[in-house]
Design a binder for this molecule. Structure first.
Ligand code: SF4
Length: 292
């Protein structure tokens, strides 16, 4: 939102002619947003390769100071904007959420690049968070791997437009304009894996259900086509078991060639197939025995 001073001088409210050039009339929200959108201070930190592009955006060629992102602050106390620039690992998401909680409100989050937006090339990696929005409310996503400085600038300008649309009269639109204090975002716990405290209740209920052999709560159901395949495999295995019941001894056998298993490279594929068949048949035999 650019303030048009001409418009502010020509309002529906009567202003004496001699004061027209000295009086501007606007809403408090507009004035407030105008001040905030042009003085967004990003927090000074970077996570991975995207941070290099962010640094380039701040440097003299692109110079995001021109848009009011004047100084990057090395403390959350003085920052309005968190640019998550890079891969978010499970180890780093803990201090990131803690830093976000330490930022004063109003505060904003910009996810820069494919990694911060959804995990990027490392999505589903054992140590990578699949998107910052799993833990923090992200206001703007900037796609790319990495995004160019121009793309980041565009994202920052998009954030300014978002701020323009906010109103201090609407507490639902922007929680921190409402009454009362905002709750801090729960800081994830890093153990053997990352745990979101907001999911503790569900995790506890799943653990209890597993202990009681009850169906898992909230478990993802298999697609219908997968269920059909699973059922068919079970039927085929049962047929194999019925035709030729096997015992666990069947898993230890010599290759048809008489060679020692796993030592002859040309037999590896065949051996794997036979072992898989034997295991399948053994499982089916056990299942049949349990049902009897
Ligand atoms: S999005 Fe690409 S450039 Fe950015 S941190 Fe991930 S891998 Fe690096």
């Amino acid at each position: 939102m650019e303030l048009n001073l001409q418009e502010l001088n020509q309002t529906e409210f009567p202003v004496p002619a001699e004061l027209e050039n000295n009086i501007a009339i606007t809403s408090l929200s507009q004035l407030y947003n105008w001040g905030r959108r042009n003085s967004m201070w990003p927090m000074l930190f970077g996570l991975a390769c995207c941070a290099i592009e962010m640094i380039a955006t701040a440097a003299s060629r692109f110079d995001f100071s021109r848009f009011g992102f004047e100084v990057m602050r090395a403390t959350p106390r003085q920052a309005d904007l968190m640019i998550v620039s890079g891969t978010v690992t499970k180890k780093m998401v803990v201090p990131i959420v803690r830093l976000y909680n330490q930022m004063p409100e109003p505060k904003y989050v910009l996810a820069m690049g494919a990694c911060a937006s959804g995990g990027g090339p490392f999505k589903e990696g054992y140590n990578v968070v699949s998107g910052m929005d799993k833990y923090l409310p992200v206001d703007v996503y900037v796609p790319g791997c990495p995004p160019t400085p121009q793309a980041l600038l565009y994202g920052m300008i998009a954030l300014q437009r978002k701020i323009d649309g906010q109103s201090i009269a609407n507490g639902d639109d922007v929680p921190w304009y409402g009454v009362g204090t905002a709750e801090p975002t729960p800081v994830p716990v890093l153990g053997a894996d990352i745990i979101d405290p907001r999911q503790m209740d569900m995790i506890r209920r799943q653990a209890e259900a597993a202990a009681n052999n009850a169906p898992a709560i909230g478990a993802r159901e298999l697609p219908a086509i997968t269920q059909v395949a699973v059922t068919r495999t079970a039927v085929e295995s049962a047929a194999v078991a019925e035709a030729a019941p096997v015992s666990s001894d069947a898993l230890t056998f010599e290759l048809p060639t008489g060679g020692v298993p796993w030592t002859e490279a040309e037999d590896i594929r065949e051996k794997r197939r036979l072992r898989a068949l034997a295991r399948k048949a053994l499982r089916a035999t056990r299942r049949a025995a349990e049902e009897e």
